[in-house]
Design a protein. Structure first.
Length: 183
């Protein structure tokens, strides 16, 4: 018949084994999970340290040449933005009705990725560039900005646009077409 001391030692040993097994399992699971999870990419919609893009601001970015065109409609998009994808029918309309307004799509991804993305959406633009959204003051996608030849922002629109804002964008583009016809 086991003694009371033997029973106590056996219970302590069993408890120690269970605790050690739990700790070991926790360490293994943590190392497995952290090793197999890709680092989280920074969301396009997270705020950046720079000032936000606003009407009246002058945008100066090294690889963008505003003076080449009377007006430019800048489409700030991301290949990972489902709102951009959902807005494709509107962008298709813009690409058909932009008149002489230069269409410039900017992406945080490479130019080739941006071109492939636009092609899949059926959206035609005049130019695609890779830029830092922080440099432009863009904090989310999609963002549209109408920019004059001096780089001054005339209007901005953010997110999925309601029909009234879509009409406003198209109206601003058509103003450009009408003003160029009268010159």
């Amino acid at each position: 018949m086991p003694t009371r001391l033997a029973n106590t030692l056996e219970m302590l040993a069993n408890g120690s084994i269970i605790i050690a097994a739990l700790l070991f399992s926790t360490v293994i699971m943590r190392s497995y999970l952290t090793r197999n999870v890709e680092p989280k990419a920074q969301s396009i919609s997270e705020p950046v340290a720079q000032r936000l893009m606003q009407k009246g601001d002058v945008v100066s970015v090294s690889n963008l040449n505003w003076p080449q065109n009377e007006r430019t409609l800048l489409l700030a998009l991301s290949t990972t933005c489902h709102f951009c994808t959902d807005s494709a029918p509107f962008y298709q309309r813009i690409s058909k009705e932009h008149g002489t307004t230069h269409l410039l799509a900017v992406f945080p991804q490479s130019v080739s990725e941006g071109e492939i993305y636009l092609s899949k959406l059926g959206v035609k633009v005049d130019e695609v560039k890779q830029v830092s959204f922080g440099e432009l003051g863009i904090t989310g996608t999609p963002t549209l900005a109408l920019v004059d030849r001096a780089g001054k922002i005339m209007n901005t629109w953010e997110g999925i646009l309601p029909p009234s804002s879509e009409k406003e964008v198209l109206g601003r583009i058509k103003q450009d077409v009408a003003s160029n016809r009268s010159k």
